[in-house]
Design a protein around this ligand. Structure first.
Ligand code: FES
Length: 269
């Protein structure tokens, strides 16, 4: 957030003042556009269809009990949506959306990204911030809520499981006799990409890295448990180096998967 150079600039010349001559504004502008676009799309999409958006590849499938083949990831798992519906949750899709929303909003990488790209606090190094003030860290309301991230992680892991379960439906079809058979279409691949990138994003999380290795006292001990802990921690650490990339890939994949299913069912016509 605040930095001394940015604070000095802002006091003297206001937001965005800097002596930098490079294209420092490009990254925050691109972030603003990408995050803004996703938030607008997700909000409109959720209000457009508060119920699950599904599509089946053939008529026979739509008459089967588990008829849905492609389920928009915005509504996964469908049973949570039904629960929200049954208890009269206004716009039951939000019975699900609070999980990815809370997880992403409190993500360490996302915080840095939207503090810079949306709040301009500061937009880049050595650039005057939007509002000069004494930054108290994330120890005071509302920023203290960012500490909920480690708890959102548990729900996000469940979401990963549900997304993979939906893949199971995306790769099978039902023939006229009601038999299930292997099926692969563009939608199957699109939903697979969503589940894969979500998995990489969640399992490269800083909190999961701490969860798996943070409590370890001795990584070099011969003890079997410590060794195993070190191995899993090392694996997550390797993934963690690409966490930012996975953030963007999974965001794009979930948005595109929802868009794709909606196009198939004619929701966006
Ligand atoms: Fe980004 Fe946990 S730090 S998801």
């Amino acid at each position: 957030m605040a930095n001394s150079v940015g604070s000095l600039e802002s006091k003297s010349k206001g937001f965005g003042a800097t002596q930098r001559s490079d294209l420092w504004w490009l990254q925050p502008a691109a972030t603003f556009a990408a995050l803004g676009l996703f938030v607008v799309y997700a909000t409109v999409a959720a209000f457009l269809a508060p119920g699950p958006v599904t599509w089946s590849p053939n008529e026979a499938a739509s008459s089967a009990l588990d008829s849905h083949t492609y389920l928009s990831p915005f509504y996964s798992p469908a049973w949570l949506f039904s629960l929200g519906n049954s208890i009269g949750f206004p716009y039951p899709v939000f019975a699900i959306l609070w999980i990815p929303l809370g997880f992403r909003m409190t993500c360490y990488f996302a915080r840095r990204t939207y503090y810079r790209g949306i709040m301009g606090d500061p937009a880049a190094c050595a650039v005057a911030e939007f509002a000069s003030r004494n930054y108290k860290g994330e120890s005071k309301f509302p920023f203290i809520l960012q500490n909920l991230h480690r708890y959102f992680l548990y729900f996000a892991i469940m979401l990963v499981v549900f997304h993979w379960f939906d893949i199971f439906h995306a790769f099978r079809s039902v023939d006229a006799a009601g038999n299930h058979e292997f099926y692969i279409g563009i939608g199957s691949i699109v939903l697979f990409a969503d589940a894969l990138f979500l998995t990489l994003y969640v399992f490269s999380c800083h909190s999961i890295r701490h969860l798996l290795g943070g409590g370890s006292k001795c990584f070099t001990c011969k003890d079997g448990t410590e060794k195993a802990t070190h191995k899993t921690w090392g694996l997550v650490t390797k993934l963690n180096a690409y966490h930012g990339l996975f953030f963007w890939l999974s965001l794009f994949a979930v948005g595109f998967a929802d868009f794709y299913v909606r196009v198939l069912v004619g929701h966006l016509e």
